[in-house]
Design a protein around this ligand. Structure first.
Ligand SMILES: Nc1ncnc2c1ncn2[C@@H]1O[C@H](COP(=O)(O)OP(=O)(O)OP(=O)(O)O)[C@@H](O)[C@H]1O
Ligand SMILES: [Mg+2]
Length: 244
């Protein structure tokens, strides 16, 4: 067995995912995959099922059928805490900062050292988001929207994940913050070899951060995949899949 065979090439593999909220059949047969070290985005209009897809990966809204494999392990029926433990960092759109805990405590709680190699720790998070250090003792839930987004990303990184899922990290933020703070840290993550799945309506950022994109239509149906270069060369594809 070669060295590379020991680890699965595919960090995430989804096969014919079917997810419901009660009787509403929301995701109707989604298949996709992310290779190790890839940064991939899901682009799609409001309500097509992007968040639901991430929730199914996390085990928050479990799939009714189909299969989800993370690093070769079948996690389809796993509860969220187990999915997190197998190396998934999740930055939900609502950020979910723990109220009553300081910024520092929010970060400390998520701390999980990587077995080897570079490690995301408090110091490294603060070096990318100096405002979090300044506000270290402040209750995390009283931060501004932009600061909470930085804290949510910093907290996911403290877990030193194998794969980080981000649900519209640019939502509700001023363009300056998106392009000078959020986009740069995601680019650092990609350069350092963190595998990313990014859900975005801000396609400009998605095209910069991710190199391959799944185009999602209604009911989670994937109509195709395209590279950033392909999307940049053909603006119509973006128009068909996003409200721009
Ligand atoms: N808890 C829920 N109960 C019932 N239906 C839901 C629930 N959450 C989401 N839905 C429905 O599932 C569909 C997909 O929602 P989802 O949040 O996954 O879309 P999205 O692609 O993330 O949209 P957006 O871009 O607006 O965030 C929508 O029609 C939504 O109304
Ligand atoms: Mg959503």
């Amino acid at each position: 067995m070669g060295v590379d065979d020991r680890k699965s090439k595919k960090i995430l593999e989804i096969e014919d995912l079917q997810t419901y909220y009660g009787r509403s059949h929301i995701i109707q047969g989604l298949s996709m995959h992310i290779d190790r070290l890839e940064a991939v985005s899901i682009l799609g209009r409001n309500g097509v099922g992007k968040t639901t897809t991430l929730r199914s990966i996390m085990g928050l809204t479990p799939a009714r059928s189909g299969a989800i494999r993370i690093d070769g392990q079948d996690t389809t029926r796993w509860p969220p805490h187990r999915v997190v433990r197998c190396g998934i960092g999740y930055v939900p759109a609502e950020r979910h900062i723990f109220p009553g805990l300081s910024v520092e405590e929010n970060l400390k709680l998520a701390e999980k050292p990587k077995v080897q190699g570079d490690v995301w720790n408090m110091e490294k998070v603060y070096s990318h988001f100096p405002v979090l250090k300044i506000r270290g003792k402040q209750d995390g839930s009283t931060l501004s929207g932009g600061e909470q987004q930085m804290l949510a990303i910093g907290r996911a990184l403290m877990g030193n994940p194998l794969l980080m899922l981000l649900d519209e990290p640019s939502q509700g933020l001023a363009p300056l913050l998106v392009y000078e703070v959020i986009q740069p840290i995601l680019l650092v993550c990609v350069e350092e070899g963190l595998t990313l799945l990014l859900v975005e309506q801000n396609y400009r950022m998605a095209l910069k951060v991710a190199s391959r994109h799944y185009l999602m239509g209604i009911k989670g149906k994937i109509s195709g995949t395209a590279t950033s270069a392909e999307l940049m060369a053909d603006g119509d594809i973006i128009k068909q899949h996003l409200s721009v």
